[in-house]
Ligand binder design. Structure first.
Ligand code: ADP
Ligand code: ASP
Ligand code: MG
Length: 473
């Protein structure tokens, strides 16, 4: 079996964690599986790099200097613990030093110019993965697993949307097969950087925060892998964010559609786009815990499991704003919605949820708060005439809101789920600001104020008995 295994930041974040990684890879190889490893940067490193660059733009170079030291210390600690005395120690140290010198030089230029472009930010943001692959490949080699570090800039070819790039699959498949298949055939485990790719012209890109999951499924599709295993620090996809709901349970099985909704609506355990390549190639994905490798975690496949469970998980996305366009002059006027969303699209903002009241007196939709100001400006310009005539009375934004998504394929066609969701919120006196249900019926989404977000997740979770003490765990 060919398995693409991705290890997240915590899994490669310390010497003890990396020893678990080696065990997992060895076990698969000993069982006769072929493995392609994808790794994230050590936990916290991407934040340090990006923050250093952002501060350099404001003229502060001290932050980048401190980041360099901290990143160097983190790697040195691992190298001294796991690679001391061996032939790999100097090589890895030199490679990491070279990358950190490049980081330093880039931050200097950014500081002098006073400008940080999205393109430069992607070069810097991806450096943690480039350090990590070298370290992980050396540790595997040292422990007797033939391995080779590879920068995905050679494999994953993307468009040039810096910070949120998408793969060009035919080119990516061609490059990945040409470069990786001969290594695999020789028994060498490729260790590939997550998160990053490059344009056709070779300019480095990144695929959005948490993008290493996406790298793994892209490579899975490109290589026709049998399975993709995402190794992280929890026992699979949980019924809710375990930091918010301490008694959340792991969900044994999810369909692509269910996990896609969860990832899109804030379950940080998977990058929102990551399920698409697996879904298109119908590759099973497992979410597993590096620190409890015998736990079965979550298996994700094409079909829902038919367990009869209605609600499987509750997710939340924070940091959002609800934009409302309101006015009696909108009733029965064709094209208002099209113009509204046309104007939003021109700002490059993605809309997370839409709801329109049947009286057509208002349209409201949710966008990230960071984008709200430019969306309001675009709408004011687009609707200038209607605002002047008072056909549209007000365009406004309510900030600090959260979307809660209640997800499960078993909800389809079952009456009474929504009433239980809203009943549970009502008894806790949590005000629901807006509601939307996808036509798939896999998901009921609602908006509450940020201050109510965690409590709303907990009370819906309890209502459907999803926790450790509930019937469904
Ligand atoms: P990695 O570095 O391995 O990619 P992430 O930190 O990106 O790990 O994602 C795993 C984390 O996602 C977990 O530690 C957990 O706190 C958080 N999380 C949020 N929602 C969920 C959920 N529904 N199921 C599992 N984990 C979740
Ligand atoms: N290191 C990147 C991040 O922190 C990508 C990843 O971890 O998946 O966002
Ligand atoms: Mg992640």
């Amino acid at each position: 079996m060919l398995i693409v295994m991705k290890f997240g930041g915590t899994s490669v974040g310390s010497a003890p964690a990396l020893q678990h990684v080696v065990k997992v890879v060895k076990k698969a190889r000993d069982q006769g599986d072929e493995v392609v490893v994808v790794v994230s940067a050590m936990s916290g490193v991407t934040d340090l790099l990006l923050n250093g660059a952002l501060k350099a733009e404001t003229g502060d170079l001290a932050t980048a200097k401190q980041a360099r030291q901290e990143i160097s210390d983190r790697h040195t600690q691992v190298i001294q613990t796991l690679l001391a005395g061996g032939q790999w120690q100097d090589w890895v140290s030199d490679e990491i030093d070279a990358l950190l010198s490049e980081f330093d030089a880039l931050c200097h230029s950014i500081c002098v110019l006073g400008e940080l472009t999205p393109r430069a930010l992607d070069v810097i943001g991806g450096m943690g993965e480039r350090m990590s692959v070298r370290q992980v490949a050396a540790i595997l080699e040292r422990d007797g697993v033939p391995a080779q570090a590879i920068d995905a800039t050679q494999l994953i070819i993307t468009d040039d949307r810096y910070g949120a790039a998408s793969p060009l699959m035919p080119l990516t498949a061609e490059r990945s097969q040409t470069l990786l298949c001969p290594l695999i055939a020789e028994g060498i485990t490729p260790v590939v950087t997550g998160f990053i790719g490059a344009t056709e012209a070779g300019i480095p890109t990144t695929m959005g925060r948490g993008g290493s999951d996406y790298s793994a499924t892209i490579l899975g599709r490109a290589l026709g892998a049998d399975e993709v295993w995402i190794w992280t620090d929890v026992n699979g996809v949980m019924t809710a964010d375990p930091r918010v709901v301490p008694d959340a349970c792991s969900v044994p099985h999810l369909s692509y559609a269910e996990v896609g909704e969860m990832a899109y609506f804030g379950a940080k355990v998977l990058h929102p786009q990551s399920i698409r390549p697996a879904r298109r190639s119908v590759i099973p994905v497992r979410i597993l815990n590096t620190f409890q490798p015998d736990h079965p975690g979550t298996l994700i496949t094409k079909d829902p499991d038919g367990s009869g469970e209605t609600v499987k998980a509750i997710t939340a996305i924070k940091g959002l704003s609800l934009i409302t366009i309101e006015g009696s002059g909108m009733i029965g006027v064709p094209g208002v919605a099209a113009r509204t969303f046309g104007a939003v699209a021109r700002t490059g903002t993605s809309v997370l949820m839409i709801s329109q009241s049947s009286s057509e007196q208002s349209i409201c939709f949710v966008v990230p708060t960071d984008e709200a100001t430019k969306v309001l400006a675009a709408l004011a310009e687009e609707m200038a005439r209607e605002l002047e005539r008072r056909d549209i009375e007000r365009i406004w934004s309510q900030d600090k809101i959260v979307i809660i998504a209640v997800v499960g394929a078993g909800m389809k066609g079952i009456p009474g789920i929504a009433s239980r969701v809203f009943g549970a919120l009502g008894t806790r006196k949590i005000n629901v600001v807006a509601i939307a249900q996808g036509s798939s019926e896999y998901n009921i989404s609602l908006v509450v104020a940020q201050g109510d977000g965690d409590e709303a997740v907990r009370c819906i979770h309890e209502e459907f008995e999803l926790g450790a003490s509930g019937a469904n765990c």
